[in-house]
Design a protein. Structure first.
Length: 165
């Protein structure tokens, strides 16, 4: 959202930082996936950002884009969000290259992709006040591209979820 995520920060003594923002409800939605190659355990981060709510068709399109990177197919591990569930039904019928595995219900701490968004929101974009949605889009994209390049960071998301690679 265009509202800043306010986090504790440092400042000179006696100079309390002040955020000047107003109530703005514009926002972006995003989808992301971390791929792990089965043999070498190489990791990559894929994402899309859009200015509308994510629907099953958007998620299905995202998975089709992912499939273009994986000729042999993939195992898709997703949470039980309704968008994922309805898209998974369609994907099973249309593609023999996608196997879907479900994370337990109400367990975001087991999903490494949640850490991608947490890192963007609470580390890279903490206290960031964008002027408009375009500036927010650019900042989120830069944050995600930077995470894509940090393989140790991506691995730490799996350690946080207590998942072995």
């Amino acid at each position: 959202m265009l509202q800043p995520t306010v986090r504790r920060t440092w400042s000179p003594k006696g100079q309390t930082p002040v955020h000047y923002s107003w109530d703005r409800r514009d926002r972006l939605s995003g989808l992301s996936a971390i791929s792990v190659s089965p043999g070498r355990h190489r990791m990559n981060l894929y994402f899309i950002i859009q200015d509308s709510n994510v629907h099953a068709g958007d998620f299905e399109g995202f998975v089709w884009q992912l499939l273009s990177h994986f000729a042999k197919g993939m195992i898709l591990v997703v949470d039980r969000w309704m968008v994922h569930r309805s898209a998974a039904k369609k994907l099973r019928f249309r593609s023999g290259r996608v196997d879907v595995e479900w994370l337990p219900a109400y367990a975001p701490d087991l999903n490494p992709v949640e850490e991608v968004w947490n890192h963007s929101k609470y580390a890279d974009l903490a206290n960031f006040i964008p002027e408009d949605v375009n500036e927010l889009y650019e900042a989120v994209a830069v944050s995600l591209r930077n995470q894509r390049g940090q393989k140790k960071l991506l691995r730490s998301f799996f350690r946080h979820a207590q998942l072995r690679i």
